[in-house]
Design a protein around this ligand. Sequence first.
Ligand SMILES: [Zn+2]
Ligand SMILES: [Zn+2]
Length: 444
Amino acid sequence: MTCHQLLPFSASLFLAASLFAGPAQAAPEEVLADIRNRTDAVEQQLIAWRRDIHQHPELGEQETRTAALVAEHLRELGMEVRTEIGRTGVVGILKGGQPGPTVALRADMDALPVEEPEGLPFASQATGTYFGEETPVMHACGHDAHTAMLMAAADVLTGMKEDIPGTVMFIFQPAEEGSSLVQPDEGRSWGAKLMLEEGLFEDQKPEAIFAVHVMPGRSGALSWRTGPSLASSDMLGINVTGKQGHGGMPWDTVDPIVTSAQIITGLQPVVSRKANLTQSPVVVTIGSIHGGSGPNIVPERVEMTGTIRTYDEEVRAQVGRDIKTSAEKIAESAGATAEVSVTPMYPTTVNDAELTELMAPVLEQVTESATAQAQLQGASEDFAFYAQEVPGFYFFLGVTPPDQDPAEAAPNHNPEFFVDEDALVVGARAMASMAVSYLHKAGE
Ligand SMILES: [Zn+2]
Ligand SMILES: [Zn+2]
């Protein structure tokens, strides 16, 4: 993992030391107990924030109401607050009463162009503008929960700031799901990448960064894994150009539809024969194919789009190259041409090994149900960009109500996705406990 080279010297030292000193320890028992009490005290407020944000979801880069709510809260807590980083991002800086390094906690604030069914008293009836089109909007990925949990963690840590040995940076990020204003191939960044480009870590670089994501799973259960955890994501475009003509006389045409079918089939060996799947699982999906206007017309052109997922940057680069070569050569053999574009979206999200080892005992103290056996996720996360800058740790919080089977629960992005609010206090506690534990460890 490249992250190790980015570790500040002092952090490397203490992380290395923690490895030789036996299993890593969490913050002192009484500090974690204090966090537990303080988080319990703010639980009702946490749920109220979550409901308010849930009822007023906003699309990527348009999270103005949510950002204002967050900024006001952080200012009330007396934090130094920066706004409009990465368009609608908000950052709060909490300086502890004791000297020490900086650690960052991140929540994403954006919702999705999904229509929420009726049912919850705080169900969304909001609409938004998604690439110029009016659309229903819903927090179908649970970022409302992430924002509320981090607001609660900010509350908790402010209450005990005199004893905190260092600084906590609270990052409330827009557009994790992508911008709703500019398309990925328009050449402008969004979300985590844009915040970093606008100097998020320039004045104050954290030594570590943490984030949590809600997902189907036993309510309040925490899970994570070491190393690659979420997939890289690249957007694939293939435009096949042939020669238009009569469907009854295909010999006078170059048929881009048949060629596209061959290309789709020809992409399968890129995964099954060429990629070293012991190094990284690989997914290549063609998700859309458009071409033609009638049954007896061979069209000029077919356009396909898709997605590529891997868990290793080397494999990612190779798969991109192999797809391009395969598509171009197959088209050439048919007398057609294929233009292939691979637009990088998100890198693989990698949990730093030493940081993961340091944080595991903290999460084990936060909940009875903690496991380092989380599955690899086929989804991607722009948290990956932070984790390329500083050691990162990303984990999951189960939010399926106890009377439901998590395996049957609607997944994230589904309109039926449901968050059991009893789990949220665990997420807030985990974030606060990790920040404080890291800073205590750094001071040893
Ligand atoms: Zn999502
Ligand atoms: Zn999400």
